[in-house]
Design a protein around this ligand. Structure first.
Ligand SMILES: [Zn+2]
Ligand SMILES: [Zn+2]
Ligand SMILES: [Zn+2]
Length: 157
């Protein structure tokens, strides 16, 4: 009785062994669909990557990054140039804008916004794009409108 049981067990193990060998054999080695390296641990590409087959670990990481970066690109809300989101700037809330801006547009916007907001440091009237820098001997900060500059000039020379 005991002998028979043992033999059964031996047969069972043999079968398993053959089965697993057959399975390995029928599968054959797998190669990465990108770099063609033999893969020990297969990684499934994501459907949206449009890759057939399996990937090695490295390529899987690369592709994930690539796809993530492609997804994380966006056009500048001002000039429409597509950039990485990490290279785009959030507009200031005062500008009342949607979307993101490239560095150039952000800078332009900021300068023009500052200009709009500039007031004469003497009379406080709003200045356009033309403003006057005080002479250094006047010891003044900020910029002046034309009237105040003329007055100051008349006073201090
Ligand atoms: Zn690979
Ligand atoms: Zn731009
Ligand atoms: Zn003024």
């Amino acid at each position: 009785m005991i002998f028979v049981l043992d033999l059964d067990r031996v047969n069972y193990f043999l079968d398993l062994n053959i089965q697993s060998k057959m399975r390995l054999f029928s599968r054959g080695p797998t190669y990465c669909a990108v770099c063609n390296k033999e893969i020990t641990h297969k990684h499934k590409p994501k459907r949206e990557w449009n890759i057939k087959g399996s990937l090695c670990g490295n390529c899987h990481v690369d592709k994930s990054k690539e796809y993530f970066e492609a997804k994380s690109r966006q056009p500048c809300a001002q000039c429409g140039i597509t950039k990485k989101i990490s290279d785009l700037w959030e507009p200031r809330w005062q500008w009342d804008m949607d979307g993101l801006l490239c560095k150039e547009c952000f800078d332009k916007k900021e300068t023009s916004h500052k200009n709009e907001k500039n007031f004469c440091s003497v009379c406080g009237s709003k200045m356009g794009f033309i403003r006057y820098n005080p002479k250094s001997k006047w010891k003044m900060t900020g910029q002046l409108c034309r009237n105040c500059w003329d007055e100051q000039k008349a006073k201090s020379g």
